[in-house]
Design a protein around this ligand. Sequence first.
Ligand SMILES: [Zn+2]
Length: 140
Amino acid sequence: MNCPECGAPDNLCQTRFDEFLVLEFTDAGYGAVHHLTVAAYMLQHSSKLTREGWLHERELLREFLIENKPPAFIQKQNKDLVDSGKRKFKIKSRDGLPVINKTTWTKTILDVRVENAQIYCEDVTAWARSTLEDVAEVIL
Ligand SMILES: [Zn+2]
């Protein structure tokens, strides 16, 4: 079965995502783009998120890619938000229904090559950029 959200054959996207996370946690060269991998994957699989969670991920991706905020800085911002209980919304979906009804993408996780860390980081960045462009006009 093709993934109903990103169109990947045999739901390969989930397998890839799991493999990528292992790679990123075991090799710092790959781990450099961890924040982009997660945000791009979650934006393309909106059934995992609440509406607020999805908008939050899009905003994060915008901050990473357009404002060039370093991930550590954003993580700290988010941590403060969570720690202080200021975050008033849930990120994880409760009903498992997609937030957006978009199923065609310029790039998906299947476009990312893993030969070495440099290629991997370039491809993840290109995938994240195109994902952000793909959803830039989505209004929820
Ligand atoms: Zn998918």
